[in-house]
Ligand binder design. Structure first.
Ligand SMILES: [Zn+2]
Length: 178
């Protein structure tokens, strides 16, 4: 199919660009977590829930991830890998059952979205670090208002609204904000 081939050609060698980063700073001294971030790729694809973390060798970006879970061997109930006892039946669980990562730490989370090569990883890392430092500078100015990453999705309507919108989502401009 012609369309298919065109798309394939377009995709070849075309690197993704980080076109926007939003940074919500985390208050100082709270763990090593410095900020939550949302990034836009090529002006049309948004990835949320990135974290900027202060590591032993500088800042690094943690990709959005989900907690890994498994099934209890006794009752089949689902438990987070960190659980030592089954939430459902209370059976003791083997706390090494999840295995470890390459650094020997327990593997408890899996990335939901992530770059697959180092040049893309570096590009994301640079864009987010830059946005973070800019946001830190901005935060020192009088009248600074932190970015809100949650009220940002007015275009996103996971469920049709039936007059009664939950938590203000799907609100149109000008509709009662009381
Ligand atoms: Zn169980």
């Amino acid at each position: 199919m012609e369309l298919c081939c065109e798309l394939c050609q377009l995709g070849k060698g075309a690197a993704v660009d980080v076109t926007e980063v939003k940074v919500k700073l985390v208050e100082a001294n709270r763990d090593r977590l410095k900020a939550f971030c949302t990034m836009t790729l090529d002006g049309e694809f948004v990835v949320r829930d990135l974290k900027l973390i202060e590591g032993t060798s500088g800042l690094f970006v943690a990709m959005p991830s989900r907690k890994l879970a498994d099934r209890c061997p006794s009752c089949g109930g689902k438990n987070h890998l960190r659980a030592r006892h089954c939430n459902n039946c209370g059976a003791q669980l083997d706390d090494t059952r999840g295995g470890t990562d390459k650094d020997g730490r327990p593997k408890l989370h899996a990335d939901i979205a992530h770059p697959i090569n180092s040049s893309c990883r570096e590009k994301i890392q640079k864009a987010i670090e830059k946005a973070y430092h800019e946001e830190v500078e901005r935060s020192k100015l009088p009248g600074y208002r932190p970015v809100s990453l949650d009220e940002d999705d007015t275009d996103y309507h996971p469920e049709p609204s039936h007059g009664e919108s939950s938590r203000g989502k799907g609100r149109k401009f000008g509709e009662g904000i009381l």
